[in-house]
Write a protein of this length. Structure first.
Length: 211
């Protein structure tokens, strides 16, 4: 991998993301760009900045993932962001951690399965509508560009029998939505400024209960 590509991932080094993952990130980027011409996986406008906009943006959540967790569930996985990115990282950090990738689109599931096989990831691609599933058990729920925060919290509360935490990406101008959630739900949370945008945050929610 050329040095200019390595530099794209430099922000991840303080998070103990191994450099051994960088070639696999590159392989995933190549697969994304190749298939993006056939099915809508990521916005065409972000292809040139794919490492920062997608890989680093997803990988930074590793800072909030407890290595005691055994199962991570990516709801509405789409192109595998963030589930595939995190599975690549955990392949070295904790190989037995499993990633369940829920996606209802058949063609996107085909893509996810292809990536899983090519990169030898500990992941299961589940072609189902997450809103129709019940009594799901996991340690971590995560999603990116899926549904608004109120819908995600309601889904976690109603459709999951067991979970320990939820990680969300909170974009700019979403502060009011988060404050409203605090008035409707009881939960503990940690937050950090995103590495890819000073106006965005990554938030980890634990002990979620409806008020």
């Amino acid at each position: 991998m050329i040095d200019s590509n390595i530099l794209e991932y430099k922000n991840l080094e303080p998070l103990n993301v191994s450099r051994e993952t960088f070639p696999e990130f590159e392989a995933y980027c190549d697969l994304l760009k190749r298939e993006n011409s056939k099915i809508n996986l990521i916005s065409k406008s972000t292809e040139k900045d794919i490492r920062k906009r997608h890989i680093v943006d997803c990988a930074q959540t590793i800072d909030f993932i407890d290595e005691k967790y055994d199962i991570c569930t990516d709801i509405g996985s789409g192109s595998g962001l963030p589930g595939i990115v995190l599975a690549i990282i955990m392949k070295i950090k904790k190989p037995n951690m499993k990633f369940n990738l829920y996606e209802k689109s058949f063609r996107k599931c085909e893509f996810l399965s292809d990536v899983k096989e090519k990169l030898n990831l500990n992941a299961e691609v589940i072609q189902k509508d997450i809103f129709r599933e019940k009594n799901i058990e996991t340690d971590l729920i995560i999603a990116r560009a899926f549904k608004p925060l109120p819908i995600m919290l309601d889904l976690a509360n109603k459709n999951f029998k067991k979970f320990k935490s939820v990680i969300i990406f909170l974009g700019k101008n979403k502060k009011g939505i988060f404050e409203k959630a605090l008035s409707n739900w009881s939960f503990d949370y940690k937050e950090k400024i995103s590495l890819t945008s000073s106006e965005s945050k990554i938030i980890k929610i634990c002990n979620l209960k409806k008020k």
